[in-house]
Design a protein around this ligand. Sequence first.
Ligand SMILES: CC(=O)[C@@H](O)[C@H](O)COP(=O)(O)O
Ligand SMILES: NCC(=O)COP(=O)(O)O
Length: 240
Amino acid sequence: MTRLSVNINKIATLRNARGGNNPNVVKVALDCERFGAQGITVHPRPDERHIRYQDVYDLKEVVTTEFNIEGNPTERKFVELVLATCPAQVTLVPDALGAVTSNAGWDTLTHHARLADLVAEFKGAGIRVSVFVDADERMVEGAKACGADRVELYTEPYAHYYFEDQYTAVAPFVRAAERAQQVGLGLNAGHDLSLENLRFLKKSIPWLDEVSIGHALVCDALYFGLENTIQMYRRELQEE
Ligand SMILES: CC(=O)[C@@H](O)[C@H](O)COP(=O)(O)O
Ligand SMILES: NCC(=O)COP(=O)(O)O
């Protein structure tokens, strides 16, 4: 089964636009769970432009599905937030300061020592660790060597090339996913996944453990409503 984790960053973006508490990210997270989300993902950034550190503490109190915190552990503040809130999963993402969104996976070979220390620290606290990587078998192997439990494949290139040629677009992801399976890593995927491209990814890599989806899902919810939208994404992930 491939689980759907809803990334609620964009809900916080909307809330922050007016400075009040509408929409309420805690309520939305609970509603997402009620509507069928199997996890809640947040990706706090150091500038707190969407999810704030306090949101993470508030969400940890109430989320009953898998809570996944994504972020760059270069910031000690992020490491401390994760250790203090103890989510089910932390996803380590090398997002650059000032970047609009995540735009690459880790070089798990160059950063082996640092990643290995962090993985050990989080695993020691009972937190599953996923490492965000490009669809590159060497980076998958490097994540395994760091002690990670899972990798999350950065799917922006798949989403980008999907409409040109879906088979060519998915091919490196299938190879990376096969490598993850061979070395015993769990497998997540995320970034720019949508109602258009999700089913083909799932069909190509049926052993995917989890997808985290935010931007497209929140956009779709404007048209279809949140409950319908979550159900629509869940249907795309059903086994054939
Ligand atoms: C790691 C990843 O691909 C997502 O977490 C993405 O970075 C969402 O973050 P934003 O909502 O800030 O774009
Ligand atoms: N890990 C990916 C994620 O949480 C959501 O990415 P996106 O759907 O907002 O591009």
